[in-house]
Ligand binder design. Structure first.
Ligand SMILES: *Cc1c(COP(=O)(O)O)cnc(C)c1O
Length: 381
């Protein structure tokens, strides 16, 4: 069946008791048992809740995976997936990753004896060069944040497996509509469902999806024990988002493509980083592992931070905000906002200059968005 059909039907059969076409919000902390002996079924909402279970099934199906687990945020999902590691283990991560994930690696895991090295480039070899005999997981974001670099998921999965390592992919930027890492051989997919999957900037959530029963069991135990589970109402909101994922992603992409082309031709803009442009250094890889290019793009202003300030204060439709993937267009300065956790030296090492601007292209009319950027960018030269 096609993606949009699955998104509307799977894990979301009408309620057997009432026929309700949406999954009910089971707003309960506990479930009455019929007898003392446990005979299956729900017992307590941290361990399992029917609304959450429906979301978990739907998320797994959309990623073409066997098992899905939902969390209270993307960060909680990241922590849960990394619970597969033990002190002494080593992670190799892309250098250009979500700031909060970097903070987990450096401030939460490193003091516990789980260390992370960062691949210097985006080639498969640069990931392998950073591996040690203790490396258990390669962690990538593709496209990365904010430089929109891609990792070759098929090649990395194969190389990781040859060395007995796992490949984890944070698929937040593209959503399973445009990229399904498990199909390319990845072992674990992580999402901040806060972004495109929920899609309306009104809820926090995360997910871990895998095909491997043992990985799933370990993360599920962590979920039940550590307890960073989403509320039933939040699960319902994410599920509602999933049903329109396809139509939203297509529009996000069409709008992003128009803005990317416009910005690429603008004299105040030094470069546009968008995998859908043929000028993107990994455009061919993008076409081979993604079925679309998504709604995120990053530009570098010729005029550095001063131009960034002018642009950001000049736009009227784009909201100055962290986050992404909602219906409204957002604009952000990676140097000042999303990469807050990094020192200026760390940011420079990653190629994140002060002139970068990250744009989450929303669902407004693209001509309105273009006109807004055009008037704001004037005089930014
Ligand atoms: C937002 C985000 C996260 C963290 O998710 P939260 O829901 O904010 O906890 C992780 N990875 C990426 C790529 C993100 O954009």
């Amino acid at each position: 069946m096609h993606f949009e059909t699955l998104a509307i039907h799977d894990g979301q059969a009408p309620d057997p008791q009432t026929g309700s076409v949406t999954v009910p919000i089971y707003q309960t902390s506990t479930f009455a048992r019929e007898q003392l002996e446990y005979k299956g079924g729900f017992v307590y909402s941290r361990i399992g809740n029917p609304t959450r279970q429906a979301l978990e099934e739907a998320l797994a199906l959309l990623e073409n995976g066997r098992y899905g687990l939902a969390f209270a945020s993307g960060a909680a999902a990241t922590m849960a997936a990394l619970h597969l590691l033990r002190p002494g283990d080593h992670i190799v991560s892309g250098i250009d990753i979500y700031g909060g994930t970097y903070r987990i690696f450096e401030e939460l895991l490193r003091p516990m004896g789980i260390t992370t090295s960062y691949a210097e480039g985006s080639t498969t070899q640069s990931y392998l060069d950073a591996c040690t005999p203790e490396t258990r997981v390669i962690w990538v974001e593709s496209p990365s944040n904010p430089l929109m670099r891609l990792a070759d998921i098929r090649a990395l999965a194969q190389a990781a497996h040859e060395r007995g390592m796992l490949l984890a992919v944070d698929n937040t930027f593209l959503s399973p509509y445009f990229q399904r890492p498990l199909e390319c051989g990845a072992d674990i997919v992580i999402h901040s469902t806060t972004k495109y999957l929920a899609g309306h900037s009104d809820v926090l959530g995360g997910a871990v999806i895998t095909n491997e029963e043992k990985l799933h069991a370990t993360v599920k135990t962590y979920q039940a024990a550590a307890g960073a589970v989403p509320a039933p109402w939040d699960c319902w909101l994410v599920m509602r988002g999933l049903k329109t994922l396809k139509v939203r992603m297509k529009e996000h992409e069409a709008n992003a493509m128009q803005l990317a082309r416009f910005l690429e031709s603008h004299p105040a803009v030094k470069r546009v980083l968008y995998p859908g442009l043929s000028s993107h250094p990994q455009h061919i890889l993008a076409k081979s592992q993604m079925s679309g290019f998504g709604g995120m793009l990053t530009i570098e202003m010729k005029g550095g931070m001063e131009a960034v300030r002018k642009l950001i204060s000049g736009v009227k439709l784009f909201l100055l905000a962290d986050s992404l993937g909602g219906v409204e267009s957002l604009i952000a300065s990676p140097a000042r906002m999303t990469l807050w956790a990094l020192s200026p030296e760390e940011r420079m090492k990653r190629g994140c200059s002060e002139g970068l601007v990250r744009i989450s292209v929303g669902l407004e009319h693209p001509d309105d968005l273009q006109a807004d950027l055009e008037q704001a960018i004037e005089g930014c030269g």
